[in-house]
Design a protein around this ligand. Structure first.
Ligand code: NI
Length: 155
């Protein structure tokens, strides 16, 4: 979990300037036929942050809970992320993830080993530590797909 926290800390620091260098207009355009615009990708990552935030906190209050999944395409469609100012999406993603770093750091060793299930996503029970690691891996997956690489410095 330590590595995942450091990876997220790195992304929170490095990603916003890389995204800010992309114009609002470019970020609003689909990245290909039937593909999300960059605004929608970041919107989806905000949805991931908000859903996982609930799991990271609620999961510490009682063991072996089952949490709902979320229909990601529907969430992106309903919230109309393409019409949201790009800079606001970037800032929302940044501050939400800065908070998730604090949540993760505040998690005790015992809490990290508490388990839960996520409907439609995890068949078996997973620890909160594994859920956090999956959260960061999912972020990395989308950033690599959108930017062609993990954000390591220069755009
Ligand atoms: Ni995703």
């Amino acid at each position: 979990m330590r590595d995942a926290i450091e990876k997220l800390r790195f992304a929170v620091r490095e990603l916003p300037p890389i995204l800010t260098a992309i114009s609002d207009g470019v970020a609003s355009q689909p990245q290909g036929p039937g593909r999300w615009a960059k605004k929608e990708v970041i919107g989806h990552l905000i949805d991931s942050a908000s859903n996982n935030h609930q799991r990271f906190v609620r999961g510490q209050l009682a063991n072996r809970q089952e949490f709902p999944g979320y229909a990601q395409e529907d969430w992106v469609r309903v919230q109309q992320y393409r019409s949201v100012p790009w800079v606001e999406l970037i800032e929302l993603w940044r501050v939400y993830n800065a908070h998730l770093i604090r949540v993760a750091e505040a998690m005790s060793d015992e809490a990290r080993l508490m388990t839960c299930r996520v409907a439609g996503e995890t068949e078996a029970e997973v620890t909160l530590a594994a859920l956090f690691e999956d959260y960061v891996a999912h972020l990395e997956h989308h950033l690599v797909a959108m930017l062609g690489r993990w954000p390591t410095g220069t755009p």
